[in-house]
Write a protein that binds this ligand. Structure first.
Ligand code: SF4
Length: 560
């Protein structure tokens, strides 16, 4: 039986509850959003004692379903002011699920920083005083010395300690490095404000058992084969395979979304990344968590053969790279390492840097200047703190009019004037500008991506499937589309013993979305904020395209 563990940091006490029957079918995002919407006052300060941060493995996490090891992290976001779910791979989700933890809720706030040791029934609070101002990699080494190498952990970097809205929650990978991040929405700042520096999982457990093990095994095996055969480009090149694809589509962000394509993207492409991994001793085809068969992650080495970072992804290459005027993969990798080490979202941080360049604070492509800015963010200078509050706050403070954010959060590396379905997702998702809420990649919806017609309903459909995937702990690269639903139904039903059809599963996802939308409305984020920044509607990119999806459709996106 899965349980909810509640850790009150104000009193350093722990309580446990069995997961209530009313939460049947919920895991991951379903649980984080249900708990936050029921227990957190929508108008509370995100870094105050009334906010809570919830960690929930997906419903199928810890089973033998392929690529199902995601961990959802939810709270009221300091970046958007609304509800947030950010999910992450790595080792912690599987570990929690196998210890029988359905959700771990951290509430209240301590006066000092702690490491939480979670071993099944035994939870201890250890002082984290010696970890103050230590970077994530240093914290990882400390935890490895104390608990053994590769013991799963969650960590908050210096950015989270400082309460920066770009702060991530880092999760250790299979090598024990802090390279996987619940990056979006400032979850690291919320956990840091609770007085938690790290959560370590030294306990062991066993795989979650499906109700119908034979049927589940057959479904998992079938899906694993399909993914292994059908995702070879992701395995070989990682998400960076999209660099040339999105550039060819004209949707690559360049210099704060001034352009949609670039000559010479081969230098930063997935193909070049894979070549560097091969020749320098790195690795492609790396799984970010146990049981991923797609394995889109990589370990990237520098030209001298030494470890540089993991994993180097499309979003980082674009938002910390091309959108800031950088064209050098090794430089982008170095910035990626710094962000991981400090615990900063590469997407929000990259966009804040691009906005700083837009404001004239540093030249486009100023690699050394970007490194100085990252250092200032953890040193706590005024500029560093402003950058650390994200692109929206920085841009407004500096009087910038071209700020590519929605509801306070930076959009992803897909230009919404070209990929209009993804633009509709940025505009309407309860998560703010977030491609992981429903990415309408080229060819995914069956529509012409550049046409305005039908994009809102296509986006809503993909958002519904994605919410379901986030509930189950399935990686989005499994494919949140209609064609996956038969396999998903079979996994869900054989695991739970229920008999849901696609309609019932979609209804489950819709309920989760409604929880989030209602929370946001109470927090002051209404449907009338469902739009993109004005410059996307007025400034053309790539052969005259603007974002012209009708505003009233965006406002009414979630009406039935
Ligand atoms: S496909 Fe990539 S991101 Fe998804 S779980 Fe596997 S390694 Fe992680």
């Amino acid at each position: 039986m899965q349980q909810i563990i509640r850790i009150d940091m104000s009193t350093l006490s722990v309580s446990r509850e069995t997961l209530p029957a009313e939460y049947a079918g919920l895991g991951g995002r379903g649980l984080t959003s249900r708990i936050i919407s029921r227990e957190v006052p929508p108008n509370c300060h995100p870094l105050g004692v009334d906010n809570k941060i919830v960690f929930a493995p997906g419903l199928l996490t810890g089973t033998h379903a392929p690529s199902s090891g995601r961990l959802s992290v939810g709270a009221k976001s300091p970046l958007t002011g609304g509800i947030k779910e950010s999910n992450v791979g790595g080792t912690a989700g599987v570990s929690m699920a196998r210890m029988g933890i359905g959700a771990l809720i951290v509430e209240g706030a301590a006066d000092a920083a702690y490491v939480l040791e979670v071993s099944g029934d035994d939870i201890r609070f250890r002082s984290a005083g010696e970890l103050k101002n230590q970077s994530n990699y240093a914290v990882g080494r400390h935890l490895a010395d104390r608990y053994g190498p590769k013991t799963p952990y969650i960590a908050v970097g210096p950015a989270g300690e400082a309460g920066l809205a770009v702060a991530t929650v880092a999760v250790s990978d299979l090598e024990g490095r802090p390279t996987r991040h619940a990056g979006r929405g400032g979850m690291g700042a919320v956990l840091g404000a609770k007085g938690v520096r790290a959560i370590v999982f030294p306990g062991k457990g066993s795989a979650r058992q499906p109700e119908d093990a034979v049927r589940f095994k057959a479904a998992a095996k079938g899906l694993a084969k399909e993914l292994a055969d059908g995702r070879k480009a992701l395995t070989r090149y990682g998400t960076a395979v999209l660099v040339n694809v999105i550039n060819a589509a004209g949707a690559l962000p360049v210099n704060n979304f001034r352009h949609g394509s670039l000559a010479g993207t081969d230098a930063i492409s997935g193909e070049t990344l894979a070549r560097h991994c091969d020749s320098r001793g790195g690795r492609t085809g790396h799984p970010c968590h146990p049981g991923c068969v797609i394995r889109c992650s990589n370990i990237y080495h520098a030209a001298d053969g030494n470890y540089l970072t993991s994993a180097l992804e499309y979003e980082t290459i674009t938002l910390l790279g091309t959108n800031c005027g950088l064209r050098d993969l090794d430089q982008i990798a170095e910035l990626d390492f710094m962000c991981d080490d400090f615990g900063m979202d590469t997407m929000e941080t990259g966009t804040a840097l691009a906005v700083a360049m837009e404001a004239g604070l540093l030249p486009w492509g100023d690699f050394e200047g970007m490194k100085r800015c990252l250092a200032e963010m953890v040193d706590g200078t005024v500029l560093g703190r402003l950058l650390g509050q994200g692109a929206h706050t920085l841009g407004r403070t500096l009087g910038v009019t071209r700020i590519p954010t929605v509801k306070g959060q930076a959009i992803a590396g897909y230009d919404p004037r070209v990929l209009k379905g993804t633009g509709a997702t940025y505009a309407t998702s309860p998560m703010g500008g977030d491609h992981t809420a429903g990415n309408c990649l080229p060819g995914r919806t069956g529509l012409n991506d550049r046409e305005k017609t039908g994009q809102v309903s296509a986006s809503r459909e993909i958002q519904t499937y994605t919410t379901l995937f986030d509930n189950l702990g399935l990686c989005i690269f499994v494919g949140p589309v209609k064609g996956s639903m038969a396999a998903v139904c079979e996994l869900f039903n054989s695991y739970t013993g229920l008999a849901y059809g696609e309609a019932e599963l979609n209804a489950l996802a819709e309920e989760i979305l409604q929880d989030e939308l209602i929370f946001n409305e109470k927090a002051g984020i209404s449907r009338y904020q469902n739009d993109l920044p004005a410059f996307f509607r007025t400034e053309a990119v790539h052969s005259g395209l603007v974002f012209d999806v009708p505003p009233d459709e965006l406002v009414n996106a979630f009406d039935h």
